[in-house]
Write a protein that binds this ligand. Sequence first.
Ligand SMILES: Nc1ncnc2c1ncn2[C@@H]1O[C@H](COP(=O)(O)OP(=O)(O)OP(=O)(O)O)[C@@H](O)[C@H]1O
Length: 260
Amino acid sequence: MFDEKIVSIRNLKKSYGPKEVLKGVSFDVFRGQIIGYIGPNGAGKSTTVKLILGIEEGFRGVIEIFGKNISDGNIQFKQKIGYVPEIAEVYDNLTGHEYLTFIGELYGLDFELADYKARELMELFGVGEVYHSRIASYSKGMRQKLLIISSLLHNPDLLFFDEPINGLDANSVMIFKEIMTQLAKDGKTIFYSSHIMDVVEKISSRIILLHDGKISADGTFEELKLQNKEGTLEEIFNELTGFNEHKEIGSKFVSVVKEV
Ligand SMILES: Nc1ncnc2c1ncn2[C@@H]1O[C@H](COP(=O)(O)OP(=O)(O)OP(=O)(O)O)[C@@H](O)[C@H]1O
C-alpha cells in the first residue's frame, strides 16, 4: 500500500436551497485504495463526487486533490482523473471509433495512439466488432463498456466510477473487477460508488458509508464486520441505515398492486 494522500476532504458541506445534502464530510484517500462509496438513494454520493470533480460548485469545507486545493483555480488536476458517471451523455451519432478518438484527443493523446488504444481495449472487452458502428446501435452493456474505456484512455491516476457495471454481463463484470484490482496494484486510486453490495464487499480495500449527509462507517469490510453484528455488507448496510422493514413494505406494495 502507498502512503501518498490523493484525495483529502475536510468538513464538506453542500446545500441545495434549504436542503443540506452534505453535513460535514471528512476523509483522506490514499494512493492505491479502492474506496467503496456507498449509501442510500439520495445520500449525497454523486454530489460528493461532482464537487470533487469540480462539476458542481458552491460548497463549504476544503477539497484537496493530489495535494492541491481545487478552489485555487488551477484545473490541471483534471487531466489525471477518469470518470464514469451514473448517467452519461454520449454522442449517439458518432461511432465508437469517432467518440473514443475524440475523447482521447481531448485528453491530449495523439489521434493514432487514441485510435490504437481504443481499438485494443474494445477488442479486449469483447466489443471490437462494433468499433465502427454508431453508438445509437449499441446495447446497454456495449455503451457501458465504451464509457469505461473512455474514462481510462489517458491512463488516469484517480478514477471515479458511478455504477460502472450497470448492464454488464457476468463475464464482463469479472473482467472489470480484475481491471480494478490491477489498476489499484499499479497505484491508481479508485472511488467506486454502487448499490451492488456483494461486488463492493469483494472489490473494495475500504468502504465508506454515507448516511443522512454524514459518514456513518469507514473501514475495511473486515473492520465493519467486527463493529457490527451482521455478516454481509448488505446486512451491515441495512443495520447501519436502520432499515428492517423490507418485508412489511414489500407486502403493502403488492397489496396496492392487486387493487383493481
Ligand atoms: N442539482 C440539484 N438540485 C437540487 N437538488 C439536488 C441536485 N442534485 C442533487 N440534489 C439532491 O441532493 C440529494 C443527494 O443526491 P445525490 O445524487 O448526491 O445522491 P446519491 O447518494 O448519489 O443517490 P443515488 O444512490 O440515488 O444515486 C438528493 O436529495 C437530490 O435530490
